[in-house]
Design a protein around this ligand. Sequence first.
Ligand code: GLC
Length: 435
Amino acid sequence: MGIIEDREKRTRWFLSDRFGMFIHWGLYAIPARGEWIRSFEKISKEDYMEYFHEFNPVNFDPKAWARAARNAGMKYAVMTAKHHDGFCLFDSALTDFKSTNTKFRRDFIREYLEAFRSEGIKAGLYYSIIDWNHDDYPAFGDRFHPMRDNESYKGRQHNFNNYLDYMHGQVRELCTNYGKIDIIWFDFSYDDMKCERWRATELTNMVRSLQPDIIIDNRLEGAGDGYGSIISSSPELYSGDFASPEQIIPPEGVTDSAGNPVPWEACVTLNNSWGYNSSDKTYKSPKLIIRKLVECVSKNGNMLLNVGPNAKGEIPEESLAILSQIGRWMKLNGESIYGCCKAEFPKPEWGYYTQKGKLLYAHVFDGNIGPLPLIGLKGKIKNVRLLSDGSEIKLIDSWNTKIYDSESFINFGSEGSLTYPLPDEIDTVVQLELL
Ligand code: GLC
């Protein structure tokens, strides 16, 4: 089979599950200014080690994280096994810079995987191909390395192949020692640090031979600023299984050069930070997240929504509160998300459609004045139900719709031609069974 056919087969569950949890966690939770702190503040290796010696997340409880994800309606998760700072949250034999050497002494990744799997959530790993801790990773003159401007690093000898052996070795450990891994989320390529610079063919072949069903993102070749060859008609072997737009929903979804849909997943923060940031209170409302999840699905995409646990190992209260409100809506309306995709009808003025076979879901965001038009659906509807309680909604034929009798209309409430508030002001989902 070809690369595109394999990709379609592998991503079937992923494109049905639609909604996942991203977890960014590491030593950077202590300074609490985001996961890029070592680079942004040009912190030396020695100074950063203080956080390593201190790290002791006494309230780490991955089962609680997994419950929060499940209750929010999330079906899969991706957690940082190593971020750009190089700290490993798993028991790698290839480094001492790992969680089992902290005061806490535990393999966070093993416990995360077990906890999420036992809640029925598919579990994946984020792995940074960039590494600011490894001595064989380019430092001086690199675009991002914390020591990029430090003259004492100028001319320092390093052997990039040693780093690649290390990086490949760790990916091998993750794909060998932890059972079935559902997703590996490599992050990220930049400048000439992409594709075969990572020995990407070799890496991809190794991952696929150890984990035949695994889904790989597109960042051995791309990043948030470019998708790589996954959107071409002849993708590279290492082009990955899905595109990963970051902090944006692609205006038209993602398609390849021939117009065929390409699997994609928007990764999104709950505030404006991935790693724990104690002063970032810019949380998005549950309403916004729900509506944006609907938008993703209406464009054939997924949403991977991030949480950044703190130095004690807790998901911030604000995040938990948002997740639980998302969960309330998902319990009533999840059918209009899971297994759904872009509808065969154009986007309506009042919201979005999602579709699953003969079931068309009208996501009504805007309140209406009188009857709500369902453009282009006249004669195509078998019945109409409010998804949250299964109650009947009648197609309206009244004095003020008569003039538009080539369209169908619905309304909420008993008097069809008058205005009623929407039953759910976040997103009222109406299920239209098509003939
Ligand atoms: C990035 C950042 C990062 C974050 C990620 C999530 O490119 O480097 O810190 O982990 O995207 O998508």
